[in-house]
Design a protein around this ligand. Sequence first.
Ligand code: GN1
Ligand code: MG
Length: 362
Amino acid sequence: MAAAAPELVWIAEAFALPGTVTAISPLGNGNVNDTYRVDTTSGDRFVLQRLNTQVFPQPQLVMRNLQVLSDHAQQRLVAGQRWEVPQVIPNRHTGEPWVENGDQFWRLLSFVNNAITVDAITTAEQAGQVGRGLGLFHSLISDLPAEQLADTLPGFHITPGYLAAYDQTLQSTSLQLCDRSQWCCAFVEQRRTLAPLLEQAKAAGRLQLRPIHGDPKVNNVMLCASTGIAVSLVDLDTVKPGLVHYDIGDCLRSACNRLGEEAGDGEGVCFDLELCQAVLEGYLGAARASLSADDLDHIFDAARLISFELGLRFFGDHLAGNAYFRTSRPGHNLDRARVQFRLTESIEAQEAEIRAIVDAQR
Ligand code: GN1
Ligand code: MG
């Protein structure tokens, strides 16, 4: 057995695994949950995750959504189509889809075999597959009644809420703001009026609530290791009713930034139009039928707003002492914020070109 913390082995084996555990190793680069790969004597692999219950205070609801989604998608999948929805492995003692250990909440999911993820896109083909993956996911869940899904994270992607929280933090912080932070403050001030854009379009009836993924950044799309095609969208904690624009914006902001989210303090970050075109072709090729003219009109706004929003969330968390996003060095969330703000600037500077790419797909 490779070295694995005995506590982790105990937790993994509390689930109804075939065989016993042979190895447990950290998996992926999530900012919120803890994720491990579990290997077993049966040869099957699994994904073990500790949910961050500060972020998801009702983890049972997260698991119920996952079950609803997975049941629905299984019925909708066409025979022969390679698309995988992670399956939940039950607790071997209680049958529940989780194991609790003190105040820790754990789950075990099936592993998507022969598939990879990338933290930053390098080719237009990958970008096209990431877009197609999101489009397939949206079309699979488009007829899942939104009311069957619980809201696992109230306020998620409601930009005015993040702005209000940021204002409060800024008022109460005793941090001496460095030049780089002051640049971020000025950046937010200049874009304050953007914040309610998507929420206003929703209130005006131009955009409708639908089931969404909530977090479809590039490294949550799994690509077949042999063919490169998208085969799964993982990290389903934030599946809930929302605007597909949150997803489209999140997919674009992460896929069209070749330097990735961890690009130092943002120097050189830009929004790549070739990748944008590929993402949208892939996405619309799979999901075009469910989008209205109003939906298409708001794609540019979505890309700009979700980049800005994530920058605001990172910056707010930096000011608040890094309570939400996991960090690995001082100033990490400030750097991440500046990456997203540089990306926002680049999106703004290319508004006409981005709108033209959308218009060419109508
Ligand atoms: C968080 O945990 P992870 O890395 O999948 C966050 C997303 C952000 C993302 C940025 C529940 O996702 O909203 O876009 O970091 N998830 C939550 O990397 O807040
Ligand atoms: Mg996530």
